[in-house]
Write a protein that binds this ligand. Sequence first.
Ligand SMILES: NC(=O)c1ccc[n+]([C@@H]2O[C@H](COP(=O)([O-])OP(=O)(O)OC[C@H]3O[C@@H](n4cnc5c(N)ncnc54)[C@H](OP(=O)(O)O)[C@@H]3O)[C@@H](O)[C@H]2O)c1
Length: 267
Amino acid sequence: MIKGKRILITGGSSGLGLAMAQALAANNQIAIVARNQQKLDEAVATITKVAPGASVKGYSIDVSGPTSQQALSAVADDMGGLDMLINSAGILREGYFSELSDADFRDTMEINFFGTVNAIRAVLPHLKASKGRILNIASIAGITGVFGYASYCSAKYALMGLSETLRFELADQGVKIQVACPPEFDSPMVDALDKTRTPENRAHTLTIPKLTIDQCVAGILSGLNSNKLVIIPGLQTKFLAFSIRHFSPISRLVGTIKIRAAMRKGS
Ligand SMILES: NC(=O)c1ccc[n+]([C@@H]2O[C@H](COP(=O)([O-])OP(=O)(O)OC[C@H]3O[C@@H](n4cnc5c(N)ncnc54)[C@H](OP(=O)(O)O)[C@@H]3O)[C@@H](O)[C@H]2O)c1
């Protein structure tokens, strides 16, 4: 149970970040960060409806922007310090490698990866002072390649490397770091993806069923109580991650079969 903590959630106006904020708001002080002010205001209203009387504030900050570090540090100051940073801000650009633009790669990297680097740099002094913790939201796409996710997987793999490395560097400074690798779950990001995604991506990602957002939050919250660096929500996702790690030729073969079947259907 996380209780009495000051928690900053990037990407807190939507999807997983918002659901985490809702789950944690009753017992903690919450700051949510995203770009769109109207969505932030709506999210604050939603959270306080679920947790009446909760301490929740929204801050409009682009985590990939040049002044994001000062702005995020000011949020932590405003909260009187910080005990936990959740990095959920992210975007997804799906498509065939030949059709993804350089900007798709750069934007995905800037927000998903550098946005996380910026947030960690900004609040690390606060987390050292409180012996706090960091939760990065990566993806199952951070431990295996996925058809159509050339830019997204690149950013999520980078996030895994960052998390693994900081675990060593921050351990002696009293800051705990974990990284969550959810499979696909229901969210506005996936609603948008569903409108344009390639059939091969749909077939490959849905090798295991989608989680509901509540299942995803429950899996992450229970993982936070463990000492595991990598949190994998969902039983089938855990099985998939195990197969990827220990039987990679087999899991690649299953992926290839699914993708080829989708290609045949499309042609
Ligand atoms: N949905 C899935 O199936 C799935 C699976 C695995 C992992 N994930 C990861 O889970 C995280 C949350 O995904 P989601 O599905 O909940 O997405 P979502 O509903 O689209 O929410 C993304 C959030 O990030 C914010 N954001 C985007 N760019 C930002 C920026 N430059 N600066 C600050 N905030 C920014 C968005 O608000 P603004 O647009 O207003 O800034 C929004 O609050 C992401 O990191 C995603 O990669 C998702």
